[in-house]
Write a protein of this length. Structure first.
Length: 293
């Protein structure tokens, strides 16, 4: 079966219909959980070390002590991917604080629960990367209640509401702003733009998640001779950029060719976006080629 789910309560991958957690799990009740999303290339989890390091940082950020080692999580991912029989997989790693009574006090919870959800990888077709997507700048932040944007938790309502607002305005995806009105990130991605020939991205201190693919793209851009400038940006400047693109672990590099109904550049993926997309695809190929035969 192409979708399998590993549960620490079971200790092995199971079919979706057998993947059950308690309704008293705090991840379900309160979003009291942390997670990472990644993909495989050649069956190898892409940038797994960085993803697991960020998972640990997120757990520390909410005071959750992970009882699962990086090696144990990596093994659970490998077992579950193999059990699916997929050539390539989408992988989501979730750790909840565990089961507890219906009360906020986290001290009342049981042991944390590890969930590894693996299903077939689905990425946009090549023409989608050429055409790009329509995005809408929404005047809201992703995190709610003052939560550190560097922490990836199961409380995703901010991104859901932002995406809902973007769709209602005729877009495919949302770009969010901080309290000062500056562009920070996408609902599930980081933002890059080209202005006066310079490749730029908002800085971490603006209030955004340090994306794993964001780091990779900065490195690959350097290989292509481009220095990435991290600076603050207002929505109006983004709307008049020569190129805009979003980065994420599953989708990779996706051009944003329309912002708030106005075309960016030629209305197609620009030359630097295309070059970086091609280099990123080559990078995925390098990972796949490193798999022992």
């Amino acid at each position: 079966m192409p979708t399998k789910i590993y549960l620490s309560t079971v200790g092995a991958p199971v079919d979706p219909e057998d993947a059950k957690i308690s309704v008293f799990d705090r991840g379900f009740l309160y979003g009291d959980s942390v997670y990472e999303t990644l993909r495989t290339s050649g069956g190898i989890p892409v940038e797994l070390t960085r993803h697991l390091a960020r998972l640990q940082r997120s757990a520390e950020g909410i005071g959750l002590e992970l009882p699962f080692s990086d090696a144990a999580i990596a093994e659970a991912i490998a077992q579950t991917h193999e059990a699916t029989g997929n050539d390539e997989s989408y992988v989501r790693v979730i750790v909840t604080r565990g089961v507890g009574p219906i009360m906020l006090d986290p001290r009342k919870s049981s042991s944390p629960t590890l969930v590894v959800l693996v299903q077939p990888l689905v990425v946009p077709p090549p023409e989608a990367y050429r055409k790009g997507i329509a995005v809408v700048v929404v005047g809201m932040t992703k995190t709610m209640g003052g939560l550190d944007p560097a922490i990836k938790t199961g409380n995703y309502l901010g991104s859901i509401l932002a995406t809902r607002r973007a769709i209602a305005a005729g877009g495919d995806d949302a770009i969010l702003c901080n309290a000062e009105g500056e562009v920070v990130e996408g609902a599930t991605s980081n933002v890059f733009f080209v202005k006066d020939g310079q490749l730029c991205t908002p800085p971490l201190e603006a209030g955004l998640l340090a994306g794993i693919t964001r780091e990779v793209v900065c490195r690959l851009a350097g290989e292509l001779g481009h220095t990435v400038v991290q600076r603050r940006v207002q929505p109006d400047e983004l709307r008049t950029a020569e190129e805009v693109f979003l980065t994420s672990s599953v989708r990779g590099i996706m051009a944003a060719t329309t912002i708030d109904g106005h075309p960016i550049g030629t209305g197609q993926a620009g030359p630097l976006t295309t070059a970086l997309h091609e280099r990123y695809e080559a990078y995925l190929g390098e990972i796949a080629a490193s798999r022992p035969r």
